[in-house]
Design a protein around this ligand. Structure first.
Ligand SMILES: Nc1ncnc2c1ncn2[C@@H]1O[C@H](COP(=O)(O)OP(=O)(O)OP(=O)(O)O)[C@@H](O)[C@H]1O
Ligand SMILES: [Mg+2]
Length: 257
């Protein structure tokens, strides 16, 4: 079984990248699948939501100061985390001056001393060298989209960038678009969602993540949505997402075999 690596990307801020990364990691752990969650954002939201403390972080790994295996911690929810710290911004600048700057994460992942069913990379809201490292490492790109006015415009730009980076670095990806914070009572959200269904039939996931306050509350208690409120709409939706992505990636694997 090959490792399924997902880069969770959108240059737009606050669209649900971290919530998706953390909730998916917890969902797969509940399904007894092995997961590594990588925090690739100096805001460190995914790390603080899943760990109490950590002394090593992904920045030191990328700079070659410590082996990746020494910077992996277990979350109480049963998945592994490669956390970030705010120094990741300076790592980013240092990387720009190095050789193979786009493939530092890929090289580090190749030295993991165990294999995972899923590796989820929570990217920052920018298309910087770290995000490019995530693109080079992952076969799958998961793009959370909030169905609002500028979403489609932003998405078009993001897809162009992914396309040009992929061509330049000779990597290919399977794209998945995920509607997040969806409110079906909002006319604009419904219109944007319909547009997405029209233009991105092959990429748009069926699962829709609803706007659900429980998802926003859970991290402040250091819990995932499943321990915080497992019967919430948010928990149900993220379990469905885990199932859908599992099915789709398995189908692709079988086609390729
Ligand atoms: N489905 C949801 N319903 C309600 N609130 C949500 C939902 N998803 C995320 N949120 C909240 O919205 C805010 C932004 O979400 P999140 O941090 O996941 O976005 P992000 O894309 O990772 O942001 P950034 O670009 O800053 O990294 C957070 O306060 C989060 O708790
Ligand atoms: Mg985030």
């Amino acid at each position: 079984m090959s490792q399924k690596i997902f880069a969770i990307i959108n240059q737009k801020g606050g669209v649900g990248k971290t919530t998706t990364a953390v909730s998916l990691a917890a969902a797969y752990a509940r399904m007894k699948r092995s997961v590594l969650l990588i925090d690739f954002d100096p805001q460190t939201n995914a790390s603080t939501a899943t760990l109490d403390q950590w002394s090593h972080s992904v920045g030191s790994v990328l700079e070659g100061n410590i082996p990746i295996n020494d910077a992996i911690y277990q979350s109480p929810e049963g998945f592994d985390v490669l956390p970030a710290d705010y120094h990741l911004t300076s790592t980013e600048l240092k990387l720009l001056k190095t050789q193979d700057k786009e493939s530092k994460l890929k090289q580090a992942l190749a030295t993991l001393n165990r294999s995972y069913d899923f590796i989820l990379i929570d990217c920052s809201p920018s298309l910087n060298i770290l995000t490019i490292n995530a693109l080079v490492s992952a076969q799958n790109i998961l793009i959370p989209i909030q169905c609002e006015y500028y979403a489609l415009e932003g998405l078009a730009k993001l897809l162009q960038t992914i396309d040009s980076v992929s061509k330049q670095l000779q990597v290919s990806h399977k794209l998945y678009l995920l509607r997040t914070m969806y409110d079906g009572r909002n006319r604009l959200a419904v219109d944007v969602s319909n547009e997405l269904s029209k233009h991105f039939t092959g990429q748009l996931l069926q699962t829709v993540i609803p706007r659900n306050i429980r998802l926003a509350e859970a991290p402040s208690f250091g819990e995932s949505i499943f321990t915080y409120d497992k019967s919430s709409q948010g928990a149900i939706a993220y379990l469905a997402l885990a199932g859908e992505l599992n099915r789709l990636t398995k189908q692709l694997e079988q086609q390729d075999a």
